[in-house]
Design a protein around this ligand. Structure first.
Ligand SMILES: Nc1ncnc2c1ncn2[C@@H]1O[C@H](COP(=O)(O)OP(=O)(O)OP(=O)(O)O)[C@@H](O)[C@H]1O
Ligand SMILES: [Mg+2]
Length: 219
């Protein structure tokens, strides 16, 4: 895919695949275009040209920016935990909201499903009763994960999901993501400038330099 912002060519012939169940790392310097790649994949940006194939279907051909993301099985985790959740919603409601939107289950099943998801990400009822401002960054990323998992995605684009967390919590959240991947077979595109982290958790690493993939490394 190709993408320009104003006159600046930000992505230049970026071309790669993500295999089922794998973790593909995407690394590169600040400004190299990592977030833009992720946003294009989930449909938050539209590339100027190119295809994004998901299950054999070009999801750009649906045309409407952002509209198909929630339904397509591709979800994104953003870098800043505090901006990922509605500050007026308690944790439980944040987890239940996508279940409501996508009619994934009946009203009675929603609560049980939310509790099951909370349990999966290691949160208690006490956490679910709090607003984002009353939760730590790590706890918020867990709620974000539970919320995303409720839609049963096949691919999660995780844009620096732990870079705002301190080192010990970083490791906890990464372990949790790995455990969930083993259980559910989800693919991850893990965006990070932390090469050590990528070496620990990825199957392959793609290196982005000034909007081009310059190397693809099998780990
Ligand atoms: N909406 C936008 N409008 C104009 N320019 C943009 C927009 N989004 C990104 N850019 C520019 O595109 C380039 C790539 O940005 P991007 O956020 O993808 O980089 P990144 O690799 O994720 O960087 P970082 O590691 O700092 O997060 C930057 O020069 C940025 O200023
Ligand atoms: Mg970025």
């Amino acid at each position: 895919m190709f993408k320009k912002f104003n006159a600046k060519q930000v992505l230049e012939d970026v071309n790669f695949d993500i295999r089922p169940g794998e973790t593909l790392g995407l690394c590169g310097k600040s400004g190299s275009g990592k977030t833009t790649v992720g946003r294009c994949i989930v449909g938050l940006e539209i590339p100027d040209s190119g295809e994004i194939l998901f299950g054999g279907v070009d999801h750009l051909s649906k045309g409407k920016m952002g509209s198909s993301i929630m339904g397509t099985g591709i979800q994104m985790i953003f870098q800043h935990p505090e901006t990922s959740l509605d500050p007026r919603m308690k944790g439980l409601d944040s987890i239940i909201e996508p279940l409501k939107i996508h009619n994934k289950c009946t009203r009675e099943q929603m609560y049980d499903k939310a509790m099951e998801l909370a349990d999966m990400v290691g949160l208690s009822m006490e956490h679910l009763n709090r607003y984002p401002s009353q939760l730590s960054g790590g706890e918020i990323q867990r709620i974000v994960l539970a919320r995303i998992l409720s839609i049963e995605p096949q691919l999660i684009v995780a844009d620096e999901p732990t870079s705002m967390l301190d080192v010990s919590v970083q490791a906890q959240v990464m372990r949790l993501m790995q455990r969930i991947q083993e259980e559910k077979g989800i693919s991850y595109l893990l965006i990070s400038h932390d090469i050590e982290l990528l070496y620990q958790v990825c199957d392959r690493i793609a290196y982005l330099e000034a909007g081009r993939i310059v190397k693809m490394e099998e780990i």
